[in-house]
Design a protein around this ligand. Sequence first.
Ligand SMILES: Nc1ncnc2c1ncn2[C@@H]1O[C@H](COP(=O)(O)OP(=O)(O)OP(=O)(O)O)[C@@H](O)[C@H]1O
Ligand SMILES: [Mg+2]
Length: 472
Amino acid sequence: MQDQTPKAIVEQLDRFIIGQHDAKRAVAVAIRNRWRRQQLDGEIAREVVPRNIIMAGPTGCGKTEIARRLARLTGAPFIKVEASKFTEVGYHGRDVESMVRDLLDQAIAMVRAEQAQAVNEKAEAAAMDRLVTLLLPGSDPEASKRRHATASVAAEGDSSAKGGFVATADSIESKQRLREKMREQLTAGALDDKEVEMNITRRPQTSVMFANMGLDQMDPSMADMFEKIIPEQNKRKRVRVEDARRILIEEETDKLLDEDKIVSEAIDRTQDAGIIFLDEIDKIATADGPGGKGSPDVSRQGVQRDLLPIVEGSAVSTRHGVVHTDHILFIAAGAFHYAKVSDLMPELQGRFPIRVELAPLTKDDFVRILTEPQGALTRQQEALLGVEGLRVVFEPGAIDAMAELAAAANERLENIGARRLMTIVETVFDEINFDAPDRVAAGETELRITDAFVREQVAPVVADADLSNFVL
Ligand SMILES: Nc1ncnc2c1ncn2[C@@H]1O[C@H](COP(=O)(O)OP(=O)(O)OP(=O)(O)O)[C@@H](O)[C@H]1O
Ligand SMILES: [Mg+2]
């Protein structure tokens, strides 16, 4: 964390997102400030509140992408919530605190995965032991030691027992050798396709069940109660050795993990490092514009009011304990086409002191987006067709043409930002994606994508206004 200087964070973000320097800079500073706060002593550390951020910019210009990448590279618990969903039918009045619970769930999963990684070696060894016992019943050294102990107690005083003892020791040794052999074969994966019978315990997936029933909003202690009422299912089943091993590793991992420690670490991490990305914040601002007047302003205002305590800092009770939201970082984003940041409640505005504007993307940006990021669309296309045995080569003119067509389509139709590139690339590769296997079968190995080819593929769509609305 110490070497995650603002500059370093921006550089990391640069690998995935083109331009938008101001936004990158703002989030990098916010992250650094949280780290700084964590180095402070109790008293002042409590006073420092996060500098929440509002990102304003047209659709598809990288707002969500920046927040998502940021979370990934700082290892922070992160969730994305559409602020507007709380105004929708079926969601209206839905508990906005649920976002904090979701964030905690995320943190718990994260911490658990880390800890599972830490005990992985132990869990694998224990699982292997159990698997060997399943495959060689009666060979378990612990079990036979126990049996032997009782047998020798019963035989005490009986002189003939002595011979029996030697034989048992011998067989323990040979069983040990047998187990060793079995272990080797298992490790080599030689038995993966064999089957083994085992007990499988299935804990009911209550959280999923509750979410489907809308019960995830219920009182945490109620949820706990439900979970206790629904019994675990225990079934004897034949499974492939490969799967048995996975199941056993999971069971052994569960045994090794300290659930309480995971939860308390997760709560700490949620409170100190959690990031909540509030998307479509502009949709809960009350402004005039299409659907502004006479639209359900009451509910938008209501959502803002509901959000306020969470953003200001409050204690949210979850089924795992109380989470204080005072130091959670909120990054809000919106297009702010009709509404302005100033149309939000003053109290809420005050909690988002940092405002950054993201610029609409230009043709030049598109050229870079198509080629520079690690997972750039052109690279994806190269990789996918590479699987078929077709080497795709983009000529510079082709990239330029795609960027130009994307920019033009954004201008003429609707500006959907970098998302337009996806539709352009798909259109260009439409036929090739379909007949690539035939081309390879016919001996083709390389495919040069030229400026002319790009225009040829996209032209019919562009020529037909209705069609272009539909396809591009
Ligand atoms: N500046 C950029 N550099 C690289 N890729 C980008 C950039 N902007 C957008 N993209 C790509 O476009 C897609 C959409 O971007 P993103 O989800 O960040 O849009 P957004 O700004 O959140 O839009 P919305 O307001 O609709 O939510 C993503 O796949 C992202 O990778
Ligand atoms: Mg978005």
